[in-house]
Design a protein around this ligand. Structure first.
Ligand SMILES: [Zn+2]
Length: 436
């Protein structure tokens, strides 16, 4: 992912103090490094770590059920919604979601959920790089699925105060691995006055924002009724579009919205898998052609960035009925440098270049589904699996080795998550029935 998009064969990479200090053909390795401790990785491919630009790690609680509940399943009245979860639940599920992300090669995760303090704690303990925010809304989320919007100032204020505490506590924490943002949930679930307040808070705290934008027809209809605008135009009016905003989904956008996102340099995150499960496709090729920076995210109940890269390619090709609409390398760029740019962290992460952080993923290509190799990027995106990740490093720290976690035992986390999820679903009277 360097500017020349080089693929080095028989390469060597040297890191020191958490940063890449040299990379190039192995035969040119400087004498200085010849006797340094080293690992031979023949048959493997080293990539920049993946940046999962939009997720809610704790929503693993909905896995296998929410996947079939349509758009934004986390707000369905049939599921254990965030307010039913304790901070301890959020911590446990975030550990599980974070383990999944790490196992599949994510080194930087952008998470938005309630009790973000616990999310930050879990992700920091796992050694991940993370950007966290509290889920901010002043609408009553229980009523939104019925199309009813009731705003309560006290609810919004309490959540905003919690997000500001998060920023004070976590910005730059864990050796600089943790960063913070403000997380206005969506244009429809935040009143205009509340969005204005959030914008001002972001300017004062010098942090950016993450949100969901043009995610559902209900949101579009609500903003049309409330403001006579599209959701993107609404955010622009309130001063919330711009390079500091990372907008997830962007499905229901018209031509003028595409220009609006490009002109304001708003960052867009393509949630290819999550959109597809809800039966939707975002116009990512158009946005990209218009000059919008695009990152990739897994959103709910999944953490495999290789899968969402493949889905991004397939969906762009399906949507345009054009088998050249997006290439493997485009998807890899979105999943690495695109995400880094969106975060304003492209000088630090997103590519393998001297001076950047040693956030590395090692993929084992010595497997039937990845051989023969001529174009490793195409093999990875079209045929790779998250489980092909063999090693993961953040800041030069080896966190996954031979597919196993070095810092933490996954067994007890999985057992506790199963127990907590069982209790939470049982409290709702059991799992929702599906018409199959
Ligand atoms: Zn989301």
């Amino acid at each position: 992912m360097d500017p020349a998009r080089q693929v080095l064969t028989d390469g060597a990479l040297v890191y020191e103090g958490g940063r890449i200090v040299w990379l190039g053909p192995a035969r040119e390795l400087p004498q200085l490094y010849r006797h340094a401790p080293s690992t031979s990785l023949s048959g493997r491919v080293i990539l920049p770590g993946f940046v999962n630009l939009h997720t809610h790690a704790a929503l693993v609680i909905l896995r296998g059920i929410g996947d079939d509940l349509g758009v934004a399943p986390a707000y369905s009245p049939k599921v254990p919604q965030g307010v039913f979860l304790s901070p301890e639940d959020v911590y446990c599920f975030s550990l599980l979601g974070g383990l999944e992300a790490l196992r599949f090669g994510t080194t930087c995760i952008v998470d938005n959920y309630i009790y973000a303090d616990q999310v930050a704690q879990a992700l920091a303990e796992l050694g991940l790089r993370a950007v966290v925010s509290e889920r901010l809304h002043d609408a009553d989320l229980f009523l939104v699925p019925e199309g009813r919007y009731e705003f309560e100032t006290a609810r919004g204020a309490a959540l905003l105060a919690r997000n500001l505490d998060l920023i004070a506590k976590w910005e730059g924490a864990a050796g600089g691995r943790i960063h913070t943002r403000l997380g206005p949930h969506a244009p429809d679930t935040c009143s205009p006055a509340y969005l204005e307040q959030i914008r001002q808070a972001g300017e004062q705290a010098h942090v950016g924002y993450v949100t969901h934008l043009a995610q559902s027809r209900r949101e579009v209809a609500q903003i049309a009724a409330r403001a006579g605008q599209s959701p993107a135009a609404h955010l622009e009016t309130l001063g919330l579009l711009g390079p500091q905003m990372i907008a997830g989904h962007c499905i229901y956008i018209e031509e003028d919205d595409k220009q609006r996102l490009a002109q304001t340099q708003t960052q867009v995150v393509h949630l290819s898998g999550s959109n597809a499960k809800g039966g939707m496709m975002a116009p990512i090729r158009d946005l990209r052609d218009g000059g919008v920076n695009i990152g990739l995210g897994t959103d709910n109940m999944a953490g495999d960035m290789i899968e969402v890269m493949r889905l991004a390619v397939c969906i762009a090709r399906m949507r345009g009925e054009d088998n050249q609409a997006l290439w493997a390398l485009d998807a890899l760029e979105m999943a690495t440098l695109g995400g880094a740019r969106a975060l304003g962290m492209e000088a630090e992460i997103g590519s393998l270049e001297v001076g950047k952080r040693a956030d590395l993923v090692v993929i084992d290509f010595r497997q039937p589904h990845l051989m023969p190799v001529f174009d490793p990027v195409a093999n990875l995106i079209h045929n790779g699996l998250g489980s092909d990740v063999e090693q993961v490093y953040v800041d030069g720290e080896l966190l996954v080795e031979n597919g196993r976690f070095r810092q933490i035992e996954a067994g007890p986390v999985m057992a506790e998550a199963q127990a907590r999820a069982t209790t939470l679903w049982a409290a709702l009277g059991g799992l929702p029935t599906r018409s199959v």
